[in-house]
Design a protein around this ligand. Structure first.
Ligand SMILES: [Zn+2]
Length: 114
């Protein structure tokens, strides 16, 4: 899969599977993987925007969404989240996140939120 160089808009990220790039249809179920960032990491500049995350083990940049600081998602401990087309993509992404060492500096934990 080829990724566009251009920075995607949050709407695009929300309607595209973070893992396989499939377009998520509105009527279908949307799975999401919520991540808790490490407290020392500042992601405020990405609030209400898309944030790129480089996965060096598979040489791929995937995009996630950073909800506003006062949103329910953030209050529930989801500092950023990935939208996914299926549970399978969520499992593969989670597995990759768990094994990606560099991401350990950013992510404290990752869990399925829907
Ligand atoms: Zn997918």
């Amino acid at each position: 899969m080829k990724l566009k160089r251009k920075k995607p808009k949050i709407k695009q990220v929300m309607s595209t599977c973070s893992w396989c790039g499939l377009k998520i249809r509105n009527e279908g179920p949307i799975y999401a993987l919520g991540c808790k960032k490490r407290p020392e990491v500042d992601i405020s500049k990405y609030e209400s925007k898309a944030m790129p995350i480089k996965i060096s083990t598979i040489d791929k940049t995937i995009w996630c969404i950073v909800p506003p600081a006062d949103s329910d998602a953030r209050k529930e401990g989801n500092d950023f989240m990935f939208t996914l087309c299926s549970e399978e993509c969520g499992n593969q992404l989670k597995e990759t996140l768990d094994t990606e060492k560099e991401l350990g500096e950013l992510i404290l934990s990752a869990k399925h939120i829907c």
